[in-house]
Design a binder for this molecule. Structure first.
Ligand code: NDP
Length: 290
């Protein structure tokens, strides 16, 4: 269905967003501080609004994708821009407090507001592989879902505007943890002449196997009860020590395993040695006390 939609911010990402909307047949109005970036989109059928105010008035829905939240406020607080009655979908990267603050700011100006996080690079936008997280009032999300679906695979997370930003960084924590663990193993295996490609299938199998434990472990965390059904933290700490010793013996970096052993040791010192691994959540729930 053809709906009117505006895209503000035509950087690498904003251009990809506008292009996906055009391809899906939506009447797309665009605006960018540097107007020349709209040229290729205009050639593909977009309408370039002469002013920011015109861009916002052109559609009931405006998607914004700028560098950061300060840029968003700098732009929209200027020139007394009228946001009354519009729905803003902000796909600019930021943290949860910036998202919640932007939601309050939009409400004061009479706009509906959804936050979002893009878990994809520009070339993937407009395909099912582009995962896009949304948070904010569900009715606003549902009202614009048919249009937003042109951008990728949507995931609605809840009414709290900060959720998209939090899931975004939680996803990064998963990504870097898996990648660093894999690099640790790759370094260990190289000392025996095993190349990365040879080790990778085993690493992948391990990562997938461990991922299977998450739902059960999550239940323990949500219940706040950590019976050692499979193993106890004390035993896990012994195998961490083994990983550190082997790393040091073969001459590779042991910083990463030392970091997680230090956390396990603190948890054991606090009396949790006989409980199951997810009890370590206690260490993650508080800032490090030196
Ligand atoms: P770009 O640097 O390519 O584009 C930035 C955009 O913000 C431009 O349209 C720029 O306008 C505009 N802008 C910056 N400051 C201001 C301001 N003060 N007033 C008005 N406009 C301003 O970045 P991307 O398009 O790559 O990224 C945009 C957002 O998308 C970021 O938050 C990024 O983290 C996020 N993102 C990007 C991904 C990527 O792979 N590119 C992946 C996932 C998220 P002008 O053209 O005039 O400079």
């Amino acid at each position: 269905t053809d709906t009117h939609v505006t895209v503000i911010g035509l950087g690498l990402m904003g251009q990809a967003l506008a292009r996906a909307l055009l391809k899906a047949g939506h009447s797309t109005t665009v605006w960018n501080r540097t107007a020349a970036k709209a040229d290729p989109l205009v050639a593909e059928g977009a309408r370039l609004a002469p002013t920011l105010g015109d861009a916002l008035k052109a559609s009931p829905l405006t998607i914004i994708c700028l560098t950061d939240y300060p840029a968003l406020h700098e732009l929209l607080d200027a020139n007394d821009i009228d946001l009354g009655g519009t729905t803003l979908v902000n796909l600019t990267s930021g943290d949860s407090s910036q998202a919640r603050e932007a939601a309050r700011w939009a409400a004061q100006r009479g706009a509906r507001y959804l936050d979002g996080a893009l878990m994809a690079v520009p070339p993937v936008i407009g395909t099912a592989d582009a995962l896009i997280l949304h948070s904010g009032p569900e009715s606003d999300f549902e009202a614009h879902r048919p249009t937003l679906e042109a951008l990728g695979t949507l995931s609605y997370l809840g009414a709290d505007h900060g959720l998209a930003a939090l899931y975004d960084v939680a996803g990064l924590a998963m990504m870097w943890s898996v990648l660093n663990a894999w690099l640790q193993g790759t370094a260990l295996l190289r000392t025996a002449g095993v190349d990365a490609a040879t080790y990778a299938p085993f690493a992948r199998q391990m990562a997938a196997g461990v991922a299977e434990w998450l739902p059960g472990y999550a239940e323990q965390i949500d219940k706040g009860s950590f019976p050692a059904e499979v193993s106890a933290l004390e035993g896990d700490a012994r195998s961490m020590a083994h990983l550190i010793e082997e790393s040091e013996r073969v001459g590779v970096n042991a910083e990463l395993p030392k970091l997680f052993k230090a956390m396990a040791d603190r948890s054991i010192a606090a009396g949790h040695g006989g409980e199951q691994y997810p009890v370590l959540i206690e260490e993650f729930l508080k800032p490090r006390e030196d």
